[in-house]
Design a protein around this ligand. Sequence first.
Ligand code: PEP
Ligand code: MG
Length: 572
Amino acid sequence: MILRGIAASDGIGLGRAVCVREENLDYSDVAYSGKESEKARLQAAIEEFEQRTSAMAEHIRQQVGDKESEILTGQIAMLADPFMRSQMQDAIDGGACAEAAVDNVCTMYADMFAAVEDEMMRQRATDVKDIRSRLLGILLGAASVDLSNLPAGTVLVTRELTPSMTVGLQKENVAAIITATGGKTSHSAILARALQVPAVLSVTKVLEVVQDGDGLIVDGGEGIAILNPDERTRSEYLTRQKDYQARIASLKVYQNRPTVDADGKRYQLFANIGSAAEAEVAAQSGAEGIGLFRTEFLFMDRTSLPDEMVQYEAYRAVSQTMAGKEVIIRTLDVGGDKAIEYLGMEKEENPFLGHRAIRYCLDRPDLYKVQLRALLRAGAEEHNIKIMLPLVTSVDEVRAARELLEQCKQELSEAGLPYDKDIALGVMIETPAAALTADLLARESDFFSIGTNDLTQYTMAVDRGNAQVASLYTPFQPAVLRSIRSVITAAKEAGIPVGMCGEAAADPGLIPLLMAWGLDEFSVSTSSVLATRASIHRWREDEVKRIAQEALGLSTASGVEGYLKKVSAPEK
Ligand code: PEP
Ligand code: MG
């Protein structure tokens, strides 16, 4: 049986399914077994919780850091509170089963913390909710998959891939990933590419069709998965996998080469990262800098805001890893598809058009200034950090952000703390409003970076994660191409550098167009760095100019894509 989805991370993986299903925490069928027995069940569950949580905390301490692991050790301390324990015991004495005791007491504490104005207290509410669901999971024996201990050759089948899932994931045992939701530029896709694991997304009903242990072949380049393949298909795909691996190995020759076209013209080739640890991978991938550090991941994998020191350390680590090379760090791009529960943001009818990214940050200067200060300080030694603003739609937003940046500089000067006084402030061009006013924004910005993932979404009025409208969602659309070209032209006219950090920067068909129009910098996922360098290498200036002219004369996305695929095919 062939399952079709969205091709999200290239490569071929063969293995057996491990399904991550949502836990069912309904305990309405659990019968009360008597005081002593319920108390014994509760005690055993608490001990199991403590054991699992300290193992997780230790794992995270080694993989991520002390601060992140303290969130978990803090939960153990909370549950050790004698008052909380005695309230659970009292509930059991009153006739509640262990599940109901946990549910009622934890919910009461969570409501109490959530009602307090203080941010720290509100974050505790998130912790108690987490304790509640994990304790209920243990009591009900809900099978939670241990992602840090997967068997070799696992094909992970899940609704979506989240940053917290990837923290403990044993990458070498994951042959491929299939998800039920998400598009080419969703976070599931970005994370799968960062892990360099083949992935197919938005496979409808995959969690209903696939069972644990089923055989699977995943072709992340074609966007298909084959369920319980026969022997012939398996061996055919094993050959394809070898060919793919040979192709990847052949790109190694580009590892230490400069990024130049066939005429010797130089381009900058940067990498996109989602964590400080990924900067190491970027440095080894042959990237010449970081073109996008998505800082929201730093905020997502926790139950409370990262303070100035935590942020400073993460940004400084990237700055040092990339010493001597540019590092573009994007300020918090929260909202839309990136929810951060502890911020308590309101549910919105149209989250992609709502109170998000720069809009949210400018309304929360308390929170935003912490990030700006951390960035200013992190750039003090290497002077290689640049700040980038997400989802800009007007000059006012850039001015307001600059004003806050100046206030932060003032505060740091007064505190006698070192910082980068000349830090550059750039703008992401990812909305039609920004693209149409690129000339105005260019006067107020030190650089541009085109975010085609969102620019395509907003230009085409098409949700980037919705599989049903995915055929409209392509940067080959004439509307998107015209927008990209005019942004590059505006930047050139204003004399500021312009890069691209959306996924389109790694598309071999689009690369000649971007070269022809004068893009200065390509920023791609770490797994695409060498292939992008190889693409740039093959073109001469006169060739790309001719191709760009031809492509712009075509009136449909499929026409443009077909033409560019043909001219950029490897056998050329
Ligand atoms: C983009 O929109 O192109 C982009 C790079 O940002 P993100 O994918 O994080 O929205
Ligand atoms: Mg974006």
